[in-house]
Design a binder for this molecule. Sequence first.
Ligand SMILES: NC(=O)c1ccc[n+]([C@@H]2O[C@H](COP(=O)([O-])OP(=O)(O)OC[C@H]3O[C@@H](n4cnc5c(N)ncnc54)[C@H](O)[C@@H]3O)[C@@H](O)[C@H]2O)c1
Ligand SMILES: [Zn+2]
Length: 384
Amino acid sequence: MKQYELMMPGRVFGGENVVEQLAGIIEAEKASRVIVFTDAGVLATGICDSVFEQIKKAGADYSVISDLRPEPSTSDVTRAVEAINHSKGELVIAIGGGSVMDMAKLCAAMKGASYNIYDLLEKNDLMQKGLPTVMIPTTCGTGSEATFNAIIAVPEKSVKIGIVNKNMLADYVLLDGNMIRKLPPKIIAATGVDALAHAVECFTSNKANPFSDLYAAEGARLIFANLVRAYNNVEDMEAKSNLLIAAFYGGVSIASSGTTAVHALAYPLGGKYHIAHGVSNAIMFAPVMRANLEACEDRLALLEDIVDPSGHGNTSREKAKRMIERIESIVKDTEIPSSLREFGIGMEDMDFLVEAAADCKRLLNNNRCILTNEDIRAIYLEVI
Ligand SMILES: NC(=O)c1ccc[n+]([C@@H]2O[C@H](COP(=O)([O-])OP(=O)(O)OC[C@H]3O[C@@H](n4cnc5c(N)ncnc54)[C@H](O)[C@@H]3O)[C@@H](O)[C@H]2O)c1
Ligand SMILES: [Zn+2]
């Protein structure tokens, strides 16, 4: 029988205004100086102010590293490590989406370290536990607050590579719906579908297990019930809070299971053509699941039963197909592009895409259906 493991951040707080827990966390960590990671987009919304107030309430000083770009690359990491090496602090707080949280997790473990980002890309195991971290997600997608992964673009190779090391698991997570109150609908859509991809891929993965199934299934159910609501009504805070929980569940399921071919085929789209992570996954999601239909029929049908228990009269194949239709509908209803043409990608890019995706063995090995280069080409052809 196979063995499995569930790893979670140390303490997770959820609910409205839960940022108020921060002063107590800073005191418990005995941190007199705090380093805050965020980016210009998040800073401009004013949502960091409540965090700054908490730091002051705890009587600590803080410095802010906000010169961070979306979908960070190796040179961004080198710059941010230089910045954190110049900052004094005993605790790192990340306020942002996956880009900010990935950077904060990496930099917390790289402050004063002898290894650089290229060493880590070569050998993930070099990483040691660094400063304690607090993750405050401001998008409803990556689940980075729950994973021990950081995804970095490597421009030299035109790809994105995941660094995976348990020392990056956050010590604290604060899931506060107020943090996504002003999130633009377009970002709600893309990050919400990313979270759905995490849930569905982990549920259909070779690494799926009873622990990850629990979080993946409930994550998927919450996203199907709330994403379109939150996209259509920015004031729907109940839907948004549910999405924040679902995104976290997606991250927990990644930490116990693993994403599969959807993410493998999406990575080259981010790495070379800079399509946002959620959008590239949304484009590849249904076509990859159609290719997986045979191999994942039982799992897709089971997920359909969980999401819509009323379909009990249908065959397993019908239910699995219905799940894929649901995925297609949610991408359509949230108006995410579904073709690569819109990004100027054409047949001339095909060889690169196939080769780069086929190289992403870490994720393709999790895919129940073995995809040959020809299978991968056929999937890309559907969206070109
Ligand atoms: N570590 C993991 O487990 C993991 C998993 C999936 C994806 N990722 C990585 O995460 C990155 C993508 O993260 P993301 O999709 O969360 O987006 P993001 O962090 O790149 O943010 C996208 C944009 O949204 C803005 N933004 C964020 N929160 C906002 C708010 N509340 N209001 C207004 N604007 C806001 C940001 O300023 C930014 O411009 C990619 O690099 C991806 O590879 C990591
Ligand atoms: Zn993702």
